[in-house]
Design a protein around this ligand. Structure first.
Ligand SMILES: Nc1ncnc2c1ncn2[C@@H]1O[C@H](COP(=O)(O)OP(=O)(O)OP(=O)(O)O)[C@@H](O)[C@H]1O
Ligand SMILES: [Mg+2]
Length: 240
């Protein structure tokens, strides 16, 4: 069967500085796949290359078997890939509901996600509907960024370090929410440095080192093998 997303041997650079060295990743429909690795190994660049924001200089990105490598980011979004970037770029002068409305107007894809559906999914956002987004907490901004991306009715969600900088209790509720999205059948590719968060959600993981895939396998392989975790991520503590 054709993978929903098939990244084949891509290279990518920033100017003369090479960031990806032949990265290959597959994501099947309904899967939640984790992209792990330390700072600067190329997790964000991989996602940016999939989105066409840092286009691959060679290799291919196939979406449902179709080569989207040369496509513009807006075309890729319209084809059904939603990107939640690391830096949670909400429009800080706009209210929560205005941010969602901007996404609604930009969305070209029919589907179940309306503003009401996002509020049902993140009830906290309904309470904050009239608040300027610049005054939201980090966790609330993360919900808004995810909600805004869902408004485009993606089939695949790229989540770049969703738990970064959030307090443990907030991470716990985010984990529940991402897990609910997964249960609803959304396909997810998630970059994370928080190993527990990633292993709790992901069916399979890829570990990057220096812009290349060093390991791919089921999450359980990393969970059950401290030596492997140490080798790939430099993390010795047991995963609970
Ligand atoms: N805009 C940029 N210009 C030049 N080099 C960049 C740029 N963005 C990233 N890089 C470099 O590309 C490499 C991969 O970075 P990338 O952001 O993809 O890593 P990452 O795994 O997402 O790291 P982190 O966990 O810190 O988010 C790093 O060496 C980084 O310094
Ligand atoms: Mg990153």
């Amino acid at each position: 069967m054709t993978a929903l997303l098939d990244v084949r041997d891509i290279n990518a650079s920033y100017g003369h500085s090479r960031a990806l060295f032949g990265v290959s990743i597959e994501v099947g429909r309904g899967e939640c796949v984790g992209l792990l690795g330390r700072n600067g190994v190329g997790k964000t660049t991989t996602m940016r290359s999939i989105m066409g924001l840092t286009p691959a200089s060679s290799g291919q990105v196939l979406w449902k078997g179709r080569d989207i490598t040369p496509w513009q980011p807006f075309q890729i979004a319209r084809a059904g890939i939603g990107f939640v970037p690391e830096d949670r770029r909400v429009f800080s002068d706009l209210t929560v509901i205005e941010n969602l409305d901007v996404a609604r107007r930009a969305s070209q894809r029919p589907g179940p996600w309306t503003i009401e559906a996002v509020f049902d999914f993140f009830p906290k956002l309904r309470q904050l509907a009239g608040r300027r987004s610049g005054f939201l907490s980090g966790g609330e901004q993360q919900m808004l960024t995810i909600g805004r991306t869902l408004m485009c009715n993606p089939e695949l969600l790229l989540l770049d370090e969703p738990s970064e900088g959030l307090a443990p209790l907030v991470v716990e509720s985010l984990l529940q929410q991402v897990s609910n999205l997964k249960r609803q059948g959304l396909t997810i590719l998630m970059a994370e440095q928080a190993l527990d968060f990633c292993l709790d959600l992901a069916d399979r993981v890829y570990v990057l080192q220096k812009g290349a895939v060093r390991f791919s396998g089921p999450s359980s392989a990393l969970r059950d093998d401290p030596g492997l975790r140490e080798e790939l991520l430099g993390l010795a503590p047991p995963v609970t």
